[in-house]
Design a protein around this ligand. Sequence first.
Ligand code: ADP
Ligand code: MG
Length: 476
Amino acid sequence: MTNMEQDRWSRVKGRLRTSVGEDVYTSWFARMDLESVQPESVHLSVPTRFLKSWIQAHYAERVLSCWQAEMPEVHRIDLTVRTAMRCAAPAKEAVALLDVRRTERPDGRPAPELRATAIAPVSASHDALGGSPLDPRLTFDSFVVGRSNTLAHAAARQVAQGRRGDSVMFNPLFIHAGVGLGKTHLLQSLAWAGNATAERKVLYLTAERFMYGFVAALRTHNAIAFKETVRAIDVLMIDDLQFLQGKSMQAEFCHTLNALIDAGRQVVIASDRPPSDLETLEERVRSRLAGGLVVEMGSLGEELRLEILKSRLTAGRLMHPGFDVPAPVLAYIAKTVTHNGRDLEGALNRLLAHSKLTGQPITLEMAEREVRDLVRPMEPKRVKIEDIQRIVARQYNVSRADLLSSRRTANVVRPRQIAMFLAKTLTLRSLPEIGRRFGGRDHTTVLHAVRKIENLVHSDTALAEEIELLKRQLQE
Ligand code: ADP
Ligand code: MG
C-alpha cells in the first residue's frame, strides 16, 4: 500500500471517528483495516463476522460517505473478515502481568483455584486444554434453586442441555452476584454436566487460569493452532472475570471471546459485577459481554439458606454418619448467618468439628455460641443507588427528585454530594454511571462531590458521624 493510500485511510478514519463519535468508533471500527484501494471500490477488513455484519447493518452508508469525501469516485465498499485473526499482544506487558500475580488480590482472598478441596479426575479434554480444577461437590444435584437464582439456574441448565453443533440461545451468558452466592457452583455444575457427555468439550477457567495458563499456551502457538484450540471448545466458562487485568490479557480475552461466539460456541462468564461495572475492560468488550444474556443472582433468602444447609448436612452425614443437627438449629443458622453460602458451609463445619471433638450432641445453645463467633465479619450488603438516594433524602428532609434535579441551593447541594459520595464508596458503580443516576450529571461533577465530602469528613466530625450513621443504615 502506498503512503498516499495510507494517508487517505487515516483521513477517512478521522472522518468516521468525528461522524460516529469516539465510543462507537472504538467499539466497532478500531480494528477495521484497509486491504486495498481500487479506482471505484475499497476493500476493508475486520477480524470477526460479528463486526462485519454489525457494520454492514448499521454503518455501511456512513463508511461509504466518509470515503467519498476523500475519493468521490468510490462507489462500493467491500468488507471482509480477515482470515488470520490478529490481536495485539505486546510482550513487555506479559512480563508486567506476572508481577501482578505476585501482589495480593484487591480483596485479599485466596485465588479461587485454591478453594477446590477434593480434585477429581476431570475429562481428558478439560485437562488437555488446561482447565482449572473442578470441585466434585459443585454439581447441579447439589445446587439448590430458589427465588434469587431461578433464572441463572435455568439459563445454565439450558446451556448444559445444548449439544455439539446446536445453535446457542444466548451468548455470552453472563452471571453476576456478590461473593458466596453460587457463581462458581453454577459454572462448575455446568462443567460437570458437559463433561458427562463426552461429545461436548467444556472448559472451565478462572480468570487467573485464563491469564496465566491458557494465554501462555496460546502464545507458544501460532494463529492456526489458536483456531484449532478454539474449534476444540464447545463451551468456555470463565469465572471471576473481574480479575482479568492488563491490556494484553484483555486483547486475548476479546480475541477468544469473539472467535468463540462467531464460531457459534457457547461462552459463560461469572463476575462479581455486571459488565457495565467492569471498569478496566474496554468499552467494546463490555458491550460484547452485555450483548448476550446478563443475569444477576440475588442474595440467598432464608428459605434457600435452609435448603442449602439441609443438602449440605445430608452430604456431610454420608461421611460422618454420627453427625446430626436438629431442625431448630438448622433454622437458627439459616436465620442468623449471612447471605453468603460460604459462611453457611463454615457454620456447619464448625458444628461438625465441635461434635467430633467433644462428642456432645448439638444443641441450640452450643450453635448460638459457635455461629456467633464465626459470622461476625459479615459481607457488606450490596447497596443500591436508589436506597442511598431515598435514605439521604429522608435524613436531610429533601425529596429524591430534589437530589436528581439541577437545583443548586445549599440545602440540596450538600445532601446530593453526600449521596454521590456514598454511591461511590458503597457501590461498585463507576463515576459516569453514578452521574447518570443522579439526573444525568457529568462524571467530573461526581468526582468533585466525592473529593469534597472526603475532605470535609476530616475536619467536620459531626458530618463524619452523620455519614457513618447513613452507612450503617444502608448496610443493615
Ligand atoms: P461465588 O462463586 O458466587 O463466590 P460459590 O459458588 O463459591 O460462590 O458458593 C459459595 C458456597 O455456597 C459454596 O460452598 C456453594 O456450594 C454454596 N452455595 C451457594 N449457592 C448455592 C446454592 N444455590 N445451592 C447450594 N449451594 C450453594
Ligand atoms: Mg466464585
